[in-house]
Design a protein around this ligand. Structure first.
Ligand SMILES: Nc1ncnc2c1ncn2[C@@H]1O[C@H](COP(=O)(O)OP(=O)(O)OP(=O)(O)O)[C@@H](O)[C@H]1O
Ligand SMILES: [Mg+2]
Length: 375
């Protein structure tokens, strides 16, 4: 087994006369521990596949180093890196049986036939494919094909498994099922896995740690709940969580211990709340200045008589999800979402009082978009 490390890893795709160069990965540093399940997540075009392909040896590294274990592998051929990659489109050989698809790499390596039978047999057992070994890929469901692609990686017994959006061709139910199967596999195989997705639910549920990328840069690397509870910037706060964190742009007013957050604008309904002492302490350096207040949908509720400070908002859309309802609301300035209990009945266009859990607010600097941390 092996750790993986990127040091100032950079990829420039050279342009042409008409096209400028594209810097897809901009000097990233990342340590992936032996046996860790690391998820790379981020919007389309942020450099996830490029990073994975540099690690796999499928894409030349422009500058910086890529380590597997203690060894720099920049100039090591893909086949000598001891990795196996599972792609989004599975890339199975259509004319070969499931057995032959899984055995193909081992045959190329001139592995003895009885050892091939043993390894393919074990992998098929692990993945529930034992009954399907004689079938051709076209006679398999999407999920079964997916498992053959994973099986082909397992039989090679690699140090590191790489997955690039392996579930995106599956329907929603199958995705959930395969997600758990890959997580279980990780538990059983004791292997280092690097998994690329743009689905934040996959990232949250599968990763030991998650690396959030944007425009070729790493925005934050953390355990799933730390990422959710302590986002370091507005990008991560808005990317992880569904619906995402709400942001209110405003100013800090008042002085001493009696600071208020006032939403920008002149609308009578704008958010204006007195900050409790912990939040005041955080906001103090911004007194008289602009600040962004972030709050997750579940930390906003419909106010009752015993609630603390409230503000009024208009219901634009109500989406009952069964166990809870997503209310899409507007203060007159800001659109935001609240997750509330489904036992309320809501009427579009109504104004309702909203209460904020003031112990759960985040502040962000409007210019740097970084979280305001205690000093
Ligand atoms: N061969 C190439 N030549 C030029 N530019 C490329 C090439 N491959 C990728 N890019 C660019 O590099 C950037 C990163 O691409 P990459 O495929 O790594 O993104 P990604 O995060 O995997 O996105 P997605 O979620 O859509 O798969 C994009 O701007 C893309 O257009
Ligand atoms: Mg990609």
């Amino acid at each position: 087994m092996a750790s993986v490390r990127f040091s100032n890893l950079t990829k420039v795709y050279p342009g042409s006369v008409k096209q400028p160069d594209v810097t897809a990965v901009k000097g990233i540093d990342l340590q992936i521990e032996d046996n860790e399940f690391m998820v790379l997540v981020g919007p389309s075009g942020c450099g996830k596949s490029t990073t994975l392909r540099m690690l796999a040896g499928l894409e030349e590294i422009t500058s910086g180093e890529c380590y597997i274990g203690d060894r720099v592998v920049n100039d090591t051929l893909s086949k000598d890196r001891d990795i196996a990659m599972v792609f989004q489109n599975y890339a199975l050989y259509p004319h070969m049986s499931v057995f032959d698809n899984m055995a193909f790499g081992l045959k190329l390596q001139k592995t003895p036939a009885d050892e091939i039978r043993t390894r393919v047999g074990e992998a098929a057992e692990t993945l529930g494919l034992s009954e399907l070994l004689d079938r051709k890929p076209k006679a398999l469901s999407g999920g079964q094909r997916q498992r053959v692609a994973v099986g082909r990686a397992i039989v090679r017994n690699p140090k590191v498994f790489l997955f690039d959006e392996p579930l995106s061709n599956l329907d929603a139910k199958m995705r959930v099922q395969m997600r758990t199967e890959i997580s279980k596999l990780h538990g059983r195989l004791d292997a280092t896995m690097v998994y690329v997705t743009h689905d934040q639910v996959e990232a949250m549920t599968m990763g030991d740690r998650i690396c959030v990328m944007k425009d070729g840069v790493i925005m934050q690397v953390d355990k799933p709940l730390d990422l959710y509870q302590r986002p370091q910037n507005m990008f991560v706060a808005g990317f992880i969580g569904s619906p995402p964190m709400n942001f209110f742009h405003g100013r800090v007013s008042g002085e001493g211990d009696a600071l208020r957050f006032e939403e920008t604008g002149s609308d009578a309904n704008r958010v204006s709340i007195e900050l409790p002492s912990a939040a005041s302490a955080l906001a103090r350096p911004y007194a008289g200045k602009a600040l962004v207040l972030g709050i997750r949908p579940e930390d906003l509720s419909v106010a009752t008589e015993s609630s603390g400070p409230t503000f009024s908002a208009k219901i634009e859309v109500s989406e009952p999800m069964g166990s809870e309802t997503f209310l899409y609301l507007n203060t007159g300035q800001t659109d935001f979402v609240s997750k509330v209990q489904s036992d309320h009945r809501f009427q579009m266009g109504d104004s309702i009082p909203i209460c904020m859990d003031l112990s759960r607010i985040h502040f962000f600097d409007p210019e740097t978009e970084k979280v305001v941390a205690p000093t």
